[in-house]
Design a protein around this ligand. Structure first.
Ligand SMILES: *[C@@H]1O[C@H](CO)[C@@H](O)[C@H](O)[C@H]1NC(C)=O
Ligand SMILES: *[C@@H]1O[C@H](CO)[C@@H](O)[C@H](O)[C@H]1NC(C)=O
Ligand SMILES: *[C@@H]1O[C@H](CO)[C@@H](O)[C@H](O)[C@H]1NC(C)=O
Length: 349
């Protein structure tokens, strides 16, 4: 890929001749499906998302009435579930605390909320909170867990699940929502064992990331794109950690065609990682939002681009279930601006 780029800058004719040596990444057909509005018409953005075989759960986030002119950043404790069978949304027992950018995961029939950000209602700063909770689906009941270890409180991490362990890579501690406000980005990587209730530390990311894609395929934890200290500082990296040999550290793979933070990401068939949208687009006509759909072929270590999203947005976590990637809510301009759009993406149809 690097050699190809170099030859392109030297001579277009030479590129055309050289390109057969670099076969294009094989594309797949795709389809978008429209689904019932989130929460029956309750826009949400920067929520945590978790999925089981039967439901998608949305944890907290930036509430429906949020806008950039509010004096303090909002967060909410709402907890919504979408049933695949009933094709409808339902409000469940609220989370004991209001969160945005929560790290969420479903593991063996329970929903875990492992830290996030929260607003204190007085200023335009979201702070990290290490508070953790578990939700029992059968009882519709929340229970507090021990908080994250000192110095590891954060939201907006890449989340991966393997067996009974939840992996969190990067994340952020502080998001100041005003001009030149600080946005801390972290490189720490930790794992929560849901059976033992214990945290362990893994090798740091090669660089800090938040608003970043995460997924486990096989026993590899993929961490894709994201940003490093602020919306404009978008990144195109594809990194993996081998969970069976974490001491080997992070490996770098083919880079995304378009660097993006605030993207959503899902997995199809253990073979494809699809990435959608994002925040920090410098194009003046874009409202600061990316519309890209770009797919990584895990087997061939290459990316292909598909047509733009029908409803471009950023700031939402997607869920991958039954070969579909579900994208609930999100924001349609830089900063706040949640919507209730709910759609799903399929590949190879
Ligand atoms: C934005 O929020 C502020 C404070 O809550 C409110 O006064 C204002 O009407 C809202 N603006 C819009 C466009 O909703
Ligand atoms: C990824 O970003 C880096 C840094 O901006 C750039 O050098 C590289 O060419 C990008 N890769 C691709 C595939 O565009
Ligand atoms: C996608 O975004 C780009 C850059 O902002 C814009 O030029 C293009 O028209 C958009 N595509 C669609 C289909 O909206």
């Amino acid at each position: 890929m690097k050699l190809f780029t170099v030859s392109m800058t030297i001579s277009l004719a030479a590129t055309a001749a050289a390109s057969p040596a670099h076969p294009p990444c094989p594309h797949k057909n795709f389809r978008w499906v429209s689904l019932p509005a989130v929460g029956g018409g309750a826009p949400i953005q920067e929520q945590g998302t978790a999925a089981t075989e039967t439901h998608i759960y949305l944890l907290g986030g930036i509430p429906p009435d949020a806008n950039n002119s509010q004096p303090a950043v909002p967060s909410t404790n709402t907890f919504e579930a979408y049933s695949f069978k009933e094709r409808s949304w339902k409000s469940l027992t609220p989370i004991p605390k209001a969160f945005t950018h929560a790290n969420a995961a479903a593991v063996y029939g329970k929903i875990y909320l492992l830290g996030g950000l929260t607003g204190d209602g007085v200023d335009k700063i979201w702070h990290a909170t290490g508070d953790c909770f578990v939700y029992d689906i059968a009882k519709d009941e929340w229970t507090a867990l021990a908080p994250m270890p000192d110095g590891q409180s954060r939201g907006s991490s890449a989340v991966g699940i393997s067996g009974s362990t939840v992996y969190l890579a990067g994340g952020m501690e502080r998001l100041e929502v005003f001009e030149n406000g600080a946005q801390t980005s972290l490189d720490i990587v930790t794992a929560y064992d849901t059976k033992a209730g214990t945290w362990t530390t893994l090798p740091k990311l090669p660089a800090p990331r938040d608003h970043v894609g995460g997924a486990v395929i096989g026993r590899k934890f993929f961490v894709v794109g994201g940003r490093d200290h602020g919306q404009p500082n978008v990144r195109n990296t594809t990194w993996t950690l081998d969970l069976d040999a974490p001491s080997r550290g992070w490996a770098a793979h083919a880079e995304m065609p378009t660097a993006r933070g605030g993207l959503s990401m899902g997995v199809i068939g253990e073979r494809y990682i699809a990435t959608f949208g994002g925040e920090g687009n410098p194009d003046p006509g874009s409202n600061g939002v990316y519309n890209e759909t770009e797919v990584y072929d895990v087997k061939k270590d290459c990316w292909f681009k598909l047509a733009a999203m029908p409803h471009p947005r950023h700031g939402t976590v997607a869920a991958s279930v039954h070969g579909r990637i579900y994208i609930p809510g999100g924001g349609v301009y830089i900063g706040a601006g949640p919507v209730d759009t709910f759609d799903a993406f399929e590949l190879g149809v």
